[in-house]
Design a protein around this ligand. Sequence first.
Ligand code: SF4
Length: 60
Amino acid sequence: MPKKKKLKPSWLDNLKISVKQALGMKVILCDSCRYDWRGACHQPARPNAVWCPDYSKRGG
Ligand code: SF4
């Protein structure tokens, strides 16, 4: 049975995002997401999502 998709970031996801931001790392997912174009992405967070349930790495 497939794992239920997360609808919200967990506290651990948020912690990881915070740590990366503190280190000055790029945390925007949309830049490397295969759905980063109009019509493919239905997330209101685009183009500045730092966490996204639909994220899929481009070219992967
Ligand atoms: S699916 Fe998520 S990560 Fe991908 S472009 Fe849309 S908001 Fe950004």
